[in-house]
Design a protein around this ligand. Structure first.
Ligand code: SF4
Ligand code: SF4
Length: 341
């Protein structure tokens, strides 16, 4: 199995571990409680049974290779006025493509060495609970912020899985329990919306990362909490002492393609072609322009950016999306009264 690790490293995978493709029955109660208590993300597959069993994705699956690709690079500063912050995970090339490509490069080796015939690659596109698979393989430990920590990269990692039809030799990872108690649960205390209702338990519907990505309106109570977050939220990861010491990514693909503190006025002026040019290669692209423009309006309202009044008025009056028009009108109401005659 050392050779698998060598092949993986050459493919751009920073860490991997192998676990059996068995149903994760222990997750069922956890997921059902999240549904019952209204904490379950709308984006997530609602059929809990489909999320537990790798064989529902690949019926012949016997082993799961759980892989991590690290993405920490430059450190962002504070967002200047009239800009919005983009989550670190979305700065570079769309990680779905990067991780998939890296996992594909393992396949010829697994075919030659272990006789693998059927396989399936999952990168955030199956119902499987990737963090739980990584934890089961001991690739990752789960933090009180619900993020997966892979030593020495902290939680700045993308996960992916390669399901194969052969029982591979055991290859556990090196993750060990995190010092969350000694840390004093900094992440839980830092969450602006109390989305971390307890260590290791998240109410997805309160999480700003989820809220910035949903396509309809963001509830009024959460808008001021958005602050200057344009896409995603890194707060509960950024405050973690383990992440401050995390190793950097060696991947050029995650060097920022977009400005991590993006100009909000440039964003409001963008048409579809401009959006595609700016964000087309990133993981933001799938949500489309209106979601970012809606968020940009809310941030301008939070920043009380009077200098953006003309653009907000234009957006409130003429934007084709009702959600963006409404966000612009909300922002205008947050500005100081105009001193213009
Ligand atoms: S901030 Fe502290 S409590 Fe939260 S994941 Fe990191 S070590 Fe654990
Ligand atoms: S991503 Fe942000 S909003 Fe979501 S749990 Fe973490 S700190 Fe809270």
């Amino acid at each position: 199995m050392d050779r698998l690790r060598q092949v993986a490293a050459a493919a751009g995978i920073d860490a991997l571990a192998v676990t059996q493709a068995e149903p994760q029955v222990y997750l069922e109660a956890f997921l059902r409680a999240a549904q019952r208590e209204g904490r379950y993300a709308q984006f997530a597959v609602q059929d809990v049974a489909a999320r537990l069993d790798p064989q529902k994705v690949l019926p012949e699956a016997r082993s799961v290779i759980s892989a991590a690709v690290a993405y920490k690079n430059v450190d962002p500063g504070a967002a200047p006025r009239l800009t919005g912050t983009i989550s670190r995970s979305a700065w570079g090339l769309d990680y779905h493509k990067v991780v998939r490509k890296a996992l594909e490069r393992l396949v010829p080796f697994l075919q030659a060495e272990y006789g693998v015939q059927k396989w399936h690659i999952a990168v955030d596109d199956t119902p499987l609970v990737e963090r739980a698979l990584a934890a089961q393989a001991r690739l990752a430990s789960l933090g009180a912020n619900c993020a997966a920590y892979v030593p020495p990269y902290g939680s700045w990692v993308f996960l992916g899985e390669l399901l194969v039809d052969v029982e591979l030799p055991a290859m556990p990872g090196t993750a060990s329990p995190l010092p969350c108690e000694e840390c004093g649960y900094r992440c839980v205390k830092a969450c602006p919306t109390n989305a971390l209702v307890a260590p290791g338990i998240i109410d997805a519907r309160r999480c700003l990362s989820y809220l910035t990505q949903k396509t309809d309106s963001i509830p009024l109570a959460f808008r001021p909490k958005l602050g200057s977050r344009l896409w995603g939220c890194d707060t509960c990861q950024a405050v973690c002492p383990l992440n401050k010491a995390a190793a950097q990514s060696a991947r050029a693909e995650f060097t920022p393609l977009v400005d991590p503190q993006f100009s909000l006025l440039d964003l409001l002026a963008m048409d579809n072609a401009g959006f595609k040019e700016a964000f087309g290669e990133t993981s933001i692209a799938w949500r489309g322009k209106n979601v970012l423009q809606r968020n940009a309006c809310l941030i301008l309202g939070n920043q009380k950016a009077a200098e953006a009044r003309p653009q907000l008025a234009e957006t409130a009056a003429h934007h084709p999306s009702p959600a963006v028009r409404e966000a612009a009108a909300w922002a205008l109401n947050r500005l100081e009264p105009s001193s213009a005659p």
